[in-house]
Design a binder for this molecule. Structure first.
Ligand code: GAR
Length: 198
């Protein structure tokens, strides 16, 4: 699992695993932010957590960092890479090493509002419904095949903070369900269509 922030999606997935709702294990959590909540939350659960410095760029990993991330994940023999608030775009060699095996959660109903602060983009645009999306990662930004989505109503009284909090709550239901379905082998992909066959 890879994350840069608080780690609430990591916690939701780790709890689903702990109560038997998701037949998976967390092999390794990596972060590009040494003081991130996701690393603390992982260590609190006695699971393997590592900071790997991202290198000289702001929005992606540099070549050395990319190699170090790929090596750490291959050494840990991961089957699936779960991005949980990892705020760097993954590129070339990383994507090639784990093709079709990387999933991400995004805080909007894609393809609306890709990129940063999607909940704020939705509020500023004035949509009445937004939500969250779990998708496979491809070479674009938030553009891969969609695995699952959950809607969240936008209220007249919403601020960016209150809307993001409700989207987060929806993420904590959606993401463990999607990871569990993948772990059970219930998900197949045909072009852009992701089919659930329980
Ligand atoms: C989540 O809202 C996730 O959708 C978002 O970062 C947050 C991480 O929260 N990801 C992106 O915006 C990716 N473009 P968390 O650290 O508490 O799981």
């Amino acid at each position: 699992m890879l994350g840069s922030g608080k780690g609430s999606n990591f916690v939701a997935i780790a709890e689903a695993i702990a109560v038997g709702k998701c037949p998976a294990e967390v092999a390794l959590v990596l972060s590009d932010v040494e003081s991130s909540g996701i690393l603390d939350a992982t260590r609190q659960r006695n699971l393997p957590a590592r900071f790997i410095a991202p290198g000289k760029f702001r929005t992606k990993l540099d070549e050395d960092a990319e190699r170090a991330y790929v090596a750490a994940l291959q050494d840990a023999k991961v089957d699936l890479i779960v991005l949980a608030g990892f705020m760097r775009v993954l590129k070339g060699d990383f994507l090639r090493a784990f093709e079709g095996r990387i999933v991400n959660i995004h805080p909007s109903l894609l393809p609306s509002f890709p990129g940063l602060e999607a909940w704020k983009q939705a509020l500023d645009y004035g949509v009445k419904v937004t939500g969250c999306t779990v998708h496979f990662v491809d070479a674009g930004v938030d553009s891969g095949a969609i695995i699952g989505q959950q809607t969240v109503a936008v209220l007249d009284s919403d601020t960016a903070e209150t809307l993001h909090a409700r989207i987060h709550a929806a993420e904590h239901e959606l993401y463990p369900n999607c990871v569990a379905a993948i772990a059970r082998g219930e998900i197949s992909v045909s072009g852009r269509q992701v089919i659930w066959r329980p």
